[in-house]
Design a protein around this ligand. Structure first.
Ligand code: PEP
Length: 246
């Protein structure tokens, strides 16, 4: 079970310090893995603040080259250097706002894996594709074109674009079907058993329903991970879910 918190371009030094103080008062379980993805400028800072807690830190993206003339980019080696364990690649905001296509995403994911980062590779369809019944086909194409080699220990995050930050969520059945299909598709093409996170408008209210879905192995949370109380409520729900299913 994995809880990933994507802070995107939010919070600052002061709010991260406050967040970490609350985390330090909390009793974490070893049953649920968790990773926070702060803005790049604060990864190191957060990592030092929570170094004694069982929480990983990760980058929200990285470049496909490990060094060179790429102004404004972040090397996967830098992420390793400052203690990152994970990196998110192919988030729909990168795809849409920064024109990262499947080809580039594959390069970025491969480079991250080659540097020993664990990748959370995001896929997900638009509302238009969902309505037209093309969601499965769209996601399979993304997988086919983005999946790097040596994907063991990595995750897929299924994040329908129309669900991110909107409060709209696919039905339980739709999530289960998509996750099942992603797992089967990856197994068929690479022989690797992959874990799939759900992302899109997850919050402390709907988390129980989402974790009850059989092919969900965790969640990638955006907006609801910005308040420490919400983040910890989601984390606690994941721990309870595991205890219940033992
Ligand atoms: C995300 O951007 O990865 C995400 C899931 O955002 P939100 O939880 O805010 O929908």
């Amino acid at each position: 079970m994995f809880i990933a918190a994507n802070w995107k371009m939010n919070l600052n030094k002061k709010s991260i310090l406050n967040f970490s103080k609350q985390l330090k008062k909390f009793k974490f379980s070893n049953k649920v893995q968790t990773c926070i993805f702060p803005p790049m400028t604060y990864v190191d800072y957060l990592n030092e603040l929570i170094s004694k807690l069982p929480i990983s830190v990760g980058g929200q993206n990285c470049h496909y080259k490990s060094s060179g003339a790429f102004t404004g980019e972040v090397s996967p080696k830098f992420l390793i250097d400052i203690g990152c364990e994970y990196v998110i690649i192919g988030h729909s905001e990168r795809r849409t706002l920064n024109n990262e296509d499947n080809n580039e995403i594959k390069l970025r994911a491969q480079s991250a894996i080659d540097c020993n980062l664990k990748v959370i590779l995001c896929v997900g369809e638009s509302q238009n594709d969902r309505v037209k019944g093309l969601a499965r086909e769209f996601v399979e194409k993304q997988l086919l074109q983005c999946l790097p080699n040596n994907f063991e220990n990595c995750y897929i995050a299924y994040e329908p674009i129309w669900s991110i930050g909107t409060g709209l969520i696919p039905t339980k059945n739709e999530i289960n079907e998509m996750h099942k299909n992603i797992k089967e598709f990856i197994f068929k093409t690479t022989n690797i058993e992959t874990k799939v996170l759900y992302g899109g408008s997850v919050n402390k209210i709907n988390i129980n329903d989402i974790l009850d879905i059989s092919n969900v192995d965790g969640v990638l949370v955006g907006g609801s991970s910005l308040e420490v109380k919400d983040f910890l409520a989601i984390y606690t729900a994941a721990v309870k879910h595991l205890v219940k299913s033992e």
